[in-house]
Ligand binder design. Structure first.
Ligand SMILES: Cc1ncc(COP(=O)(O)O)c(C=O)c1O
Length: 421
């Protein structure tokens, strides 16, 4: 019987979702690996690309390619429209108030570095504090450490519970007179934990502190509304959201971006230049020095359109069902410990297997056609917190199926056989 939403009587989001149709849009999913069908469960590292994105990038280079802005000729105007059109699409995707709040960058990493170097350097004084959590990706740790070396700002870290949740009470106690910014991951790439962003922004804003949300893992899996989250900055990477590599987004509240100085100088970000003095362009150009990744932006625009057509509520419902199934099936394998058991989780299953190194798990699974990731996932402090050197991580996307979870589980039994002592 199809699942129905009790309130409306219409089929529920999960029931409306047709995974076979979605899979058919990804040519790479037909790949065979070591003679076995590819089971791609490394989506937190990067996602595969649907035809809509492949066609948009090829179409751009085939029919529209030119450099953007200031061009008087036809192709330059086409390329400019395609690039700025992609910005509008991303603004709608995040529910930003205006496309001026969307800065194209290389990815989440560059977005955070931009905020550290522009916002951070212009507001912090020695002894001021930046507050992060114990579950951050290195991209949301190291830029603040660089800022600390440059300015004397101090990095504070809110602790985690044993389930891998943020200790929100401890986090709130760390918000103080000297806190200049909170920078927090939305969905942890190492644990799968989904953080209570509204509660975090409310607590920080009560003290007048802006909040950056690292949405590298959340944007492809959960509907994001930056105004509902009430965050001041939000970053994500195109390649994790079915788009090209080398393109990503920094959303910033216009009033904040307006006050921030540029962080890179060059073409396109200026209003006027003399040898004595230059003045800056308005938003968003002020933060986009040099020729940007035009084709990347076009591909990302196609990706957000494609994902929005499917609907993130349907995606989240499908992935939630898959993650629950995977957690139950993998969790019951003798010797497996799940790392990260927060009630609010999405898309990521991190685990350890007694007596077997995560890399060995990854290699045996690869021979079965199953692609997972093994290592510290660029989150070494998380590994330290949970007392493991590495974990094996299966990460799901909208095209994954229960049959693929079954292949993962069968592969893990093989791992146990190979390493049986
Ligand atoms: C939570 C999180 N933040 C930031 C990043 C960095 O993303 P990128 O390497 O695309 O800049 C990642 C990548 O894995 C991530 O998972």
């Amino acid at each position: 019987m199809p699942a129905t939403s009790l309130a409306s009587g219409f089929p529920s989001a999960a029931a409306r979702f047709d995974v076979a149709r979605v899979r058919a849009e990804f040519p790479i999913l037909a790949t065979r690996v070591h003679g076995k069908p590819l089971v791609y469960l490394d989506n937190a590292a990067t996602t595969q690309k649907p035809r809509a994105v492949l066609d948009a990038v090829l179409g751009y280079y085939t029919t529209e390619n030119a450099n953007i802005h200031r061009g008087v000729h036809y192709l330059s105007q086409q390329a400019t429209e395609a690039y700025e059109g992609a910005r509008e699409k991303v603004a709608r995707f995040l529910n930003a108030a205006s496309a001026r709040e969307i800065i194209f960058v290389r990815g989440a990493t560059e977005g955070i570095n931009l905020v550290a170097q522009s916002y951070g350097r212009s507001v912090v004084r020695p002894g001021d504090e930046i507050l992060v959590t114990g579950m951050e990706h290195h991209s949301n740790i190291v830029p603040w450490q660089l800022l600390a070396e440059q300015t004397g700002v101090v990095l504070r870290v809110a602790p985690l519970t044993d389930a891998g949740e943020l200790d929100v009470a401890a986090f709130e106690r760390l918000l103080g007179e000297r806190t200049r910014l909170v920078s927090v991951v939305h969905l942890s790439n190492a644990l799968g934990t989904v953080n209570p962003i509204r509660r975090i922004t409310a607590a920080a804003h009560r003290r007048g502190i802006p909040v950056l949300v690292d949405g590298a893992q959340s944007a492809p899996h959960l509907a994001v509304d930056v105004r509902a989250l009430d965050c001041d900055f939000f970053v994500f990477s195109g390649h994790k959201l079915f788009g090209p590599t080398g393109i990503g987004v920094l959303y910033g509240r216009e009033a904040l971006l307006d006050r921030m100085p540029p962080w890179q100088g060059g073409g396109d970000m200026i209003s006027s230049v003399t040898f004595e003095r230059s003045t800056w362009a308005g938003l968003p150009a002020k933060f986009e020095a040099g020729t940007p990744h035009i084709a990347g932006a076009v591909g990302l625009g196609a990706a957000v359109d494609w994902l929005s057509r499917i609907g993130l509520d349907a995606v989240a419902a499908h992935e939630d069902e898959l993650l629950r199934y995977a957690a139950a099936e993998v969790g019951r394998i003798p010797g497996v410990t799940l790392i990260g058991t927060a009630p609010e989780r999405a898309s990521i299953l991190s685990f350890a297997l007694d007596g077997v190194h995560a890399h060995d798990i990854g290699q045996v699974l690869d021979l079965e056609g199953v692609a997972i990731r093994a290592g510290h996932h660029c989150a070494q402090p998380v590994m330290q917190r949970f007392g493991v050197a590495a974990t094996a991580r299966a990460s799901f996307a909208l095209y994954n199926t229960r049959a693929e979870v079954d292949a993962l589980v069968a592969g893990l039994f093989k791992v146990k056989q190979v390493f049986a002592r």
